[in-house]
Design a protein around this ligand. Structure first.
Ligand code: TYD
Length: 201
């Protein structure tokens, strides 16, 4: 019998370590051949939208920004996520629709919805830690700032606050993890929380 698809997402503010965790999980589950995706991007259209959104120095209307993130996501769902889940695969996403709810909804103050055609994750790991530390980590790494990272510390605090609200509203889906822990500690916590979901497949 084919196994049931499993949709796992990672969320958090800048520099919270979610990309590392998504990758570590992908490696741990390698025998199951999981599909690991990142947002925005992951498809040809998505990568072009990513470029427009983050690196072209364009003035983008906030609502247009939201639709661009969502357009990139819809393409990724259509091309990659939905077929993989339908085929019984594990999908691991580094950011998904909760990012739009937190950044464009919470921080930019736009009204948001969850489009009915966007699959709901089975489980969402939220990495929570001091916003300043995350942004600092990024600077230390010597990376240039993209359009979102150039936003004020206040903006990023609002993102973190909205993530907190989202997690509180859906405690069954969200797992809140302390992002200040070591990378291995967090990885073991992730594994622990996935145990029962993996067994039920
Ligand atoms: P990325 O380089 O992927 O950042 P990170 O490593 O923090 O994930 O850039 C994505 C940026 O876009 C990040 O600042 C978060 C933001 N973003 C939104 O504002 N809305 C969204 O829906 C998504 C997916 C990302």
């Amino acid at each position: 019998m084919t196994k049931r698809g499993l949709f796992i997402t990672f969320e958090g503010t800048e520099g919270s370590g979610k990309t590392t965790q998504a990758e570590l999980l992908g490696e741990w589950l390698a025998k199951d051949d999981p599909v690991v995706v990142r947002e925005p991007g992951g498809t040809e259209l998505g990568e072009q939208i990513r470029d427009v959104l983050l690196y072209k120095g364009l003035e983008i209307d906030p609502e247009a920004e939201m639709y661009l993130f969502m357009a990139s996501r819809r393409q990724l769902i259509g091309e990659v996520i939905a077929p993989a889940l339908a085929g019984g695969q594990i999908v691991i996403a580094d950011r998904y629709h909760d990012s739009t709810l937190a950044y464009q909804g919470g921080a930019r103050g736009l009204p948001t919805i969850w489009p009915p055609t966007f699959p709901r994750p089975d489980i969402t790991f939220l990495l929570e830690g001091p916003v300043e530390a995350g942004l600092g980590r990024h600077e230390e790494a010597g990376k240039s700032k993209d359009r979102m990272e150039q936003e004020s510390i206040d903006f990023h605090r609002k993102v973190a606050q909205e993530y907190g609200h989202l997690a509180a509203a859906e405690p069954k889906r969200f797992v809140r993890l302390d992002a200040t822990g070591s990378r291995d500690k967090i990885h073991f916590e992730v594994r622990d929380h996935l145990k029962s979901l993996l067994e039920r497949r």
